[in-house]
Design a protein around this ligand. Structure first.
Ligand code: DGI
Ligand code: FE
Ligand code: FE
Length: 190
């Protein structure tokens, strides 16, 4: 889809801060796509759409799931904000007309990751964490550099930081996040 049009549509449904984040993810994903030989426009499209279900009430997200037969896991029931990834992937297809399954998967898996991610999925997952507007996470400058040197190392580091952060703040870790971390820790260098 026309990126300029897509940008305009997303701007209408997100608050200012979220839209700034979205633009940050769009161009960080574009930069990573250049580095790793992935389609730049696919990375931009996925970046623009990754949080398209974020500015929506939990009730609405749950409703969309119920109406469309999207499975809601126990963790998601208890932490409905997690659903913005799944619901976002659904809307990308249904509302924004995205047909490329890799883009849809990148949106769907941008919060928890999954085993065996494609390069585009990794790029969106990482861009979400390192985009210039992010300020709070630990070791950000190091991870930003790492993302352009060794994508899997950056992925594992982000997953570890996320799991640590969730534990520290007493939040429930989605089994998928745990599984992704284990998968990449086992299968890769570190
Ligand atoms: O939507 P964003 O804020 O841009 O970023 P995101 O989709 O990665 O969501 C980030 C939040 O999700 C962050 O506060 C960490 C949280 N999160 C990531 N993995 C898990 C998780 N929260 C829970 N409860 N469980 C997880 O496994
Ligand atoms: Fe998100
Ligand atoms: Fe995001």
């Amino acid at each position: 889809m026309d990126l300029r049009k897509l940008r305009k549509r997303i701007k209408k449904i997100q608050d200012t801060k979220r839209f700034e984040h979205t633009l940050g993810v769009e161009f960080t994903a574009a930069a990573l796509a250049m580095r790793y030989d992935v389609s730049i426009s696919d990375a931009q499209t996925a970046g623009l759409l990754h949080d398209c279900a974020k500015c929506m009430s939990d009730e609405k997200k749950l409703n969309i799931c119920r109406k469309n037969g999207i499975e809601v896991t126990d963790v998601e029931e208890r932490n409905p904000y997690l659903l913005h990834a799944k619901v976002g992937a659904f809307l990308a297809k249904k509302k924004y007309g995205i047909e490329n399954q890799d883009i849809i998967n990148a949106i769907r898996n941008h919060t928890t990751g999954r085993e065996n991610m494609s390069l585009l999925e990794k790029i969106i997952f990482i861009a979400d964490y390192i985009e210039p507007g992010r300020k709070q996470a630990k070791n950000l400058s190091e991870i930003r550099k790492m993302a352009f040197e060794d994508i899997d190392h950056a992925l594992i580091t982000i997953l570890q930081e996320t799991v640590n952060y969730l534990k520290k703040s007493g939040k429930e870790t989605d089994p998928l996040t745990e599984k992704t971390l284990q998968y990449y820790s086992k299968n890769n260098h570190n």
